[in-house]
Write a protein that binds this ligand. Structure first.
Ligand code: SAM
Length: 342
């Protein structure tokens, strides 16, 4: 079995299909950086669906069984159901998920399901129109995301909800959000992370998961932990004893690098072995070949990927605590979340 330097197997592949998004969440793609003049990737730079399928097959041959399509906002990629159909035709793929802001699901959910998509994780950070509008940078109303969740459920897709928590921004409404959404789908609360280089992260803006759980419980609910379904499950799940589940993703206060089996490829085909990496390995160039360099065949492509995984030592989230603010700054140049997805 292929394992990295810390003994971690390669099980999951996250595929970013675009760097564009139809929101400008302040913690991810702030509008003052990703404004009208921002140079998004030209289409010719993006991996084609054929190339993504070929890469996915290589990863599956190396042990991957779960694929997640992300972005940017993946639903902005034209003809996305065609890609899902290709991915679902790969033998050995057990699960295809997509992370999305949900805005385009009302018109796409049924086609995506028919193409073979199993699940969506829909991001919504607040049900308060003013708070959500400010966080998404464009004043978009939360009802539009709720419509997307409804469409996904109607289409028969599995649904989970992601909520990023920022102190002083959306933390006051967490219990209300959970009570309103808990009958629809499990909600997972994510600690605000220092991804990318533009979100002004500092430790004071992180609400530790244990505090989130206490706020959800209030005076009348009691949560008990649920056993993980598999090793490496990132959300610590708790039940309220009334059939509802909440997931806590403690990326900052209880990092889970030791179990990380995820590889990520950007929309241009760069392989990253960590969400916080500052560099990756170009797979597109070797796949396409260059004037002086013949294109890799499938065996060569697998060997290239396997070599990267074998050398992998990343454990940024565990190291974060040891970094001073200055040494964190010195690591600036981390890949943007919009390039590799969550
Ligand atoms: N556009 C899609 C969406 O909104 O879900 C997919 C891409 S988005 C980068 C993936 C996930 O990363 C979202 O749930 C988003 O909230 C989360 N995310 C982005 N920046 C984050 C940060 N700084 N800390 C924690 N989660 C973050």
């Amino acid at each position: 079995m292929l394992v990295d330097q810390l003994g971690r197997p390669l099980r999951d592949l996250r595929i970013s299909v675009t760097d564009r998004c139809n929101l400008r969440c302040t913690y991810c793609m702030p509008a003052d950086v990703f404004g009208p003049d921002y140079a998004f990737l030209p289409r010719a730079e993006l991996l084609s669906f054929e190339e993504i399928e070929r890469l996915a097959r290589a990863f599956v041959n190396l042990g991957v069984s779960k694929l997640r399509v992300t972005g940017g906002e993946p639903t902005l990629r034209r003809d996305l159901p065609d890609l899902i159909r290709r991915l679902s035709g790969i033998g050995g793929v057990q699960d295809i998920a997509m992370t999305t802001n949900g805005l385009l699901l009302p018109r796409m959910a049924a086609d995506l399901k028919a193409a073979g998509l199993d699940r969506v994780t829909v991001s919504i950070d607040s049900l308060d129109p003013e708070v959500f509008g400010r966080m998404n940078g464009l004043g978009t109303h939360p009802q539009r995301v709720l419509d997307g969740i409804e469409a996904a459920l109607t289409a028969g897709l599995g649904v989970k909800i992601n909520t990023v928590v920022q102190r002083g921004v959306n933390d006051a409404g967490l219990r209300g959000l959970w009570l309103a959404l808990r009958d629809l789908a499990p909600v997972r609360f994510i600690e605000f992370m220092d991804v990318g280089n533009h979100n002004g992260w500092n430790m004071d803006s992180v609400v530790p998961s244990r505090e989130v759980l206490a706020r959800l419980a209030g005076d009348d609910l009691r949560f008990t932990p649920v056993n993980p379904e598999y090793r490496g499950e990132v959300a610590a799940r708790h039940t309220d004893g009334q059939g509802h589940e909440v997931g806590l993703i403690s990326s900052v206060t209880a990092p889970f690098c030791g179990d990380c089996s995820r590889a990520r490829i950007s929309a241009v085909g760069t392989l990253y072995s960590c969400l916080f990496a500052s560099g990756g390995t170009d797979l597109r160039g070797p796949m396409r070949g260059t004037p002086g360099q013949a294109a890799l065949d499938d065996a060569g492509l697998e060997a290239l990927i396997a070599g990267v995984w074998r050398e992998r030592r990343d454990r940024y989230s565990e190291e974060r605590g040891e970094l001073t603010a200055a040494s964190r700054e010195a690591r600036a140049g981390k890949v943007e979340m919009s390039h590799i997805g969550g």
